[in-house]
Every structure is written in C-alpha cells, then in structure tokens.
Design a protein around this ligand. Sequence first.
Ligand code: SAM
Length: 224
Amino acid sequence: MSDPLSRSPIPRPMTLEEQREWMVRTQLEPWGIRDARVLNAMRTVPRELFVPPGERDAAYYDGALPIGDGQTISQPFVVAHMTEALKLGSSDKVLEIGTGSGYQTAVLSLLAGEVYTVERLAWLSEQAQKTLKEINCHNVTFRIGDGSLGWPEAGPFDAILVTCAAPNVPPPLIEQLANGGRLVVPVGPRGYQHLVLVCRKGDVITQEKLSPVAFVPLIGKHGW
Ligand code: SAM
C-alpha cells in the first residue's frame, strides 16, 4: 500500500507518545488521512502492546508486522484508511472480521458505540482479549469462529470491516448491514486485492473500489 520511499527509519530517541505522533505526521496525514477522530484514535492506541515482544521496537514502522501463524498486524496507514472509509458515528454498532492482534479493534472501539469482533484462531482471539482488557477497552464482544458468516444474532450493523481478503464480498455480510450501513472488505485473488466499499440504502446496494492492498486470506465458508 505504501510507497517504499515513504519508509523512513524511526528517529531515536523518541518516547512512545512521540512515535505515535511521528506515525500520524509522516505515515497518515501526508497520504490523505483527514478525519480528525481517526487521527486522534491512531494517536491514542498503544500499538506496541499489540505486536510480539520481539517486534516492539518496530511497532510504529510504516508496514505490516508478523503476529504468528502467518498472520499480520496491518500497516498503520491501512488501518486508518479502512477506518476512515467506514465514516463511524460514536453510537454505531460495528462488526470486525479478523480480530488478529486486536489493534484495529481498539481503534474501532474508540470511534464507535459497540464493536463485535470475530477471529478464527482461538489463541489470537484470547491474546487480543487480554490486551484489550489491559487497555480498559469495554465495548468489545469477541467470538471465535468463521467470520465469513458474519454474526447474524448481533446484527444488523452500521459498519462492517473485514481485515482479511475474500474472493468476493461475502453475501451474509451484505445481509447483515443496517439501512445506511457501510462495509469495507479487501476483495481479489490471493496476494493482491482492492478494498471495496459496499453501502446499503434500503434495498439498494452500491459498491465502490478503493485502494489496492495485500491481505492474508479470509478462510471460511464465504472465503477461501
Ligand atoms: N485487524 C488485525 C490487527 O489489527 O491485528 C489484523 C488481522 S490479520 C491481517 C487477518 C486476521 O483474519 C487473522 O488473524 C486471521 O486469522 C483472521 N481470519 C482469517 N479468516 C477468518 C475468518 N473466516 N473468520 C475470522 N477471522 C479470520
């Protein structure tokens, strides 16, 4: 997603707070992230707690980082870009597919009323639950399972964010969008996708292609 030339080394010494500000100034604002609420959430969430201990020095690096089992914590720009596209209101009910480290969950939890998040790998979900508790995140409900099915009992949702790549937009997620709801999902072949923004207005569903991205696959009934 990012231009490799934009990857500058993290200047040292910097406090963690300064590193977050540096991330906002050099990785988000110059690349078009404008929503002040999103920028403030990115300034607030301690990303270093969501990366493996051995990667903490690289927590504010301009890229995705490995979190185990071939999974990744997404690049800060991608987290901010997808979140901004959802145009969240403070009382929105949000569904996230792919809890992973819980970092994106934490960003969503600061901007919405309630967050429901689904992860297929139990150990990752359990670790994310611990981290989110540690930072006093109280408006998140977790589920371990196949998120390509959505979470029908908890829906409809004002916004749905999928943080893994699907071959097509999973139909259950469109069904679980509330009137006026927005869904952002990476769609395309393994290794190369486009973010797609799906909006519902009554029975009218529109789709818009956003930026190119590369996400790990959505493994499940409506994924790979
Ligand atoms: N948002 C995460 C973060 O901030 O760390 C990054 C998520 S990682 C790119 C994608 C996640 O989707 C992985 O943890 C993976 O196990 C999960 N995943 C893949 N298929 C899934 C499915 N069908 N249901 C739920 N989670 C799934």
